[in-house]
Design a protein around this ligand. Structure first.
Ligand SMILES: Nc1ncnc2c1ncn2[C@@H]1O[C@H](COP(=O)(O)OP(=O)(O)O)[C@@H](O)[C@H]1O
Ligand SMILES: [Mg+2]
Length: 261
């Protein structure tokens, strides 16, 4: 097994609010892991610690076998240069796409490889073409974000993250801001990535998607992983009262709609 990511005893507090209270997780290459939990349970904080948008209070993030940061007497030191390099290896897709409005789609996708990875123009263009094709939007390369639907914009945001050729992709409620009829195309893109072997950590409330796509489902509560296992175990036969209550609140779930275009 190639372990892409390991999270060891991760704690994160904001002042006296303890959000993460000892998270351990091992993610193998090609794993698709869905993270569930009530609002405020720390799902976003967990993803943000993995790409160091938040600095862990304690514990360790290990990427491709190498612990991030340097252990010092008073804790772990995280040099900014190391974190910048690390963030380029961890792709992230958010609820709000934040495309650059003054750049066309292709320029949006080229921007990371150009400015962060210092790729040459030909390589930036190659990546933009490859990853826009992958999300089915090669034909929109010259369009501006305002000319796209929300679902198309989110797929561009996915292509933009993929263009960095990351080792793992994090999705934080990537479909939550979309109109219901646009959710399916984004989930379909995410499913294709999973099928191709991309390593992914996904926060979503789309339980049908979790059921069909996840290798493993984690349920977060009180800053810990309350329950985890394959989708059948966690979503159909939950053991913990907290998981059961969460699932009661979500009612029955449907499998993703077919994409028929
Ligand atoms: N930067 C921050 N400063 C203070 N509190 C925060 C910060 N980020 C998150 N929190 C708090 O941490 C808790 C978990 O938040 P979050 O990780 O966003 O939960 P989730 O994504 O599961 O809804 C919430 O109580 C939230 O208010
Ligand atoms: Mg969140």
């Amino acid at each position: 097994m190639t372990e892409v990511l390991k999270i060891e005893n991760l704690h994160k507090s904001f002042g006296d609010l303890n959000v993460l209270n000892g998270i351990d997780l091992s993610v193998a290459k090609g794993d698709t892991i869905v993270i569930l939990g009530a609002s405020g349970s720390g799902k976003s904080t967990l993803l943000r610690c993995v790409n160091f948008m938040e600095i862990p209070s304690s514990g360790r993030i290990v990427l491709q076998g190498k612990p991030v940061g340097t252990e010092k007497a008073d804790g772990i030191n995280y040099p900014e240069k190391e974190l910048t390099g690390l963030r380029a290896r961890v792709g992230m897709v958010f609820q709000h796409f934040n495309l650059f409005p003054h750049m066309n789609v292709k320029q949006n996708v080229m921007e990371g490889p150009r400015t962060v990875l210092k790729c040459n123009q030909a390589e930036c263009a190659r990546r933009a073409e490859e990853y826009l094709d992958k999300v089915g939007l090669g034909w929109k390369a010259e369009a501006f974000p305002s000319q796209l639907s929300g679902g198309q914009q989110q797929r561009v945001a996915i292509a933009r993250a993929l263009a960095m050729e990351p080792e793992i992709m994090l999705f934080d409620e990537a479909t939550s801001a979309l109109d219901p009829e646009l959710v399916g195309e984004v989930l379909e893109t995410m499913k294709e990535l999973a099928d191709e072997g991309m390593t992914m950590l996904i926060v979503t409330h789309e339980l049908g998607f979790a059921y069909t796509v996840a290798d493993r489902v984690l349920f977060l509560a009180d800053g810990k992983i309350l329950e985890q296992g394959d989708p059948e175990k966690v979503l159909i036969h939950p053991q913990q009262e907290g998981t059961k209550n969460f699932l009661r609140g979500h009612g029955s779930f449907r499998l993703p709609e077919p994409v028929l275009d």
